[in-house]
Design a protein around this ligand. Structure first.
Ligand code: PLP
Length: 392
């Protein structure tokens, strides 16, 4: 009944030390989580503001379910668009400084829909380290795809001239790169793309609710938000689920008419929408969370530098320690796990071959003691592993 190739494929994955599995938490996600009967300090989540298990979001989700139902019952284009969707879209447009916003069920779908709908022809220029959902959006779009070296605006400019005759040009980039924690050079990308009529799309999954007073990469870098189309997620800093595209009204209209990942899927459920609205309230009313997040990111980077690790200056909560091979990365991760810290090993195809890494993420909910404990554990593991090559 099970074809032989299923086991064969799994064995091939395992032989490359690339096997992944699902590990259920025994409670909500937070800075401390229960797994396999133990409490672990969690340095692997994207719950940047510590809101995923906030009781106010849970309350708002319940209230939205009572008022609007547990499900939307249809796609956005049929009868699935509810008043609460419009309320959240207005709030998100305001947050991003955009004319409009449009909710999608997930960020993955938002990126698929954006590129498929906006690029039926022409060329998409895509950063080589873009998130898998942008990569898959490129596959779904009918435009040509040209990949530029990570953050390399000279390479981008070369590719733009090579494709100068394209009937339309789109530049797609993560705002904060999910596995590297660095920022897209937005001002330079715009300077290269705009003279050629290029439209710049920024995936702000890791910057919404994080950078620029929570408004995202463009705000953080002082770029007029009207110059780009923003994608953002509700499932990371905003502690809920879902995503949105923010930008000019005609772009929204085109997406409503063409984006297959919006048209052919059920609208986001009211509880998730209600929780996201509550999260925007918390973001506005509790700016200390952004302060704590930034402070924790800075403290982690400084602590790692003091231990001799090379880390970037980027002001984001994502700090990678690139270790190279899968086996080594698994060993480091296991060493930290045994000491009570969950730092997930990130392996290909999520990152390029040979760049497997520990991806450390801090949240506003980590304490100074959590960070000190992590650094201590990392120092011990590094000593065991003889990690001279990671020091400058
Ligand atoms: C998480 C993520 C997405 C996908 O968002 P979901 O809402 O989780 O589907 C898209 N882009 C980037 C950069 C991400 O990190």
């Amino acid at each position: 009944m099970i074809p032989a190739w299923v086991e064969r494929d799994l064995e091939a994955v395992a032989a490359a030390d690339a096997l992944r599995s699902l590990r259920p938490l025994e409670g909500p996600t937070a800075a401390r989580v229960r797994v396999e009967g133990r409490e672990l300090r969690n340095f692997s989540s994207n719950d940047y503001l510590g809101l995923a298990a906030d009781p106010r979001l849970a309350e708002a989700a319940g209230a939205a379910a009572r008022r609007w139902g547990s499900g939307a019952g249809a796609s956005r284009l049929i009868t699935g668009t509810l008043g609460i969707h419009g309320e959240l879209e207005e709030a998100l447009a305001a947050l991003k400084g955009a004319e409009t916003a449009l909710l999608f069920s997930t960020g993955y779908q938002a990126n698929l829909g954006l590129l498929q709908a906006l690029a039926p022809e022409g060329v998409i220029l895509s950063d080589e380290l873009n998130h898998a959902s942008l990569v898959d959006g490129c596959r779904l779009a009918r435009a040509q795809v040209a990949v530029y070296r990570h953050g390399d605006t000279n390479h981008l400019a070369d590719l733009l001239s090579q494709h100068a005759d394209a009937p339309r040009t789109i530049v797609a980039t993560d705002g904060v790169f999910s596995m590297d924690g660095d920022l897209a050079p937005l001002p330079a990308l715009l300077a290269a793309a705009e003279p050629r009529g290029g439209l710049v799309i920024v995936d702000d999954a890791h910057a919404t609710g994080v950078l620029g007073a929570g408004r995202g990469t463009a705000h953080h870098l002082g770029v007029d938000p009207g110059r780009v189309v923003h994608m953002g997620t509700l499932g990371k800093a905003l502690g809920s689920f879902g995503a949105f595209v923010a930008g000019p009204a005609p772009i929204r209209d085109l997406l409503v008419n063409r984006a297959r990942s919006l048209i052919y899927t059920t609208a986001p459920p009211p509880p998730a929408v209600g929780a996201a609205l509550a999260a925007l309230g918390v973001l506005r009313d509790e700016p200390w969370r952004l302060g704590a997040l930034e402070r924790n990111g800075r403290a982690l980077r400084e602590g790692l530098r003091a231990l001799g690790f090379r880390v970037s200056e980027a002001p984001t909560p994502i700090v990678p320690l690139v270790l190279g091979g899968n086996r080594r990365t698994l060993r480091w991760s296991r060493g930290l796990w045994e000491r009570g810290f969950w730092v997930h090993p990130i392996r290909p195809p999520t990152v390029p071959e040979g760049t497997s890494r520990l991806r450390l993420t801090v949240t506003a909910a980590h304490t100074a003691a959590d960070l000190a404990g992590l650094l201590q554990a990392l120092a011990e593991v590094a000593r065991e592993e003889d990690a001279d090559d990671l020091a400058r």
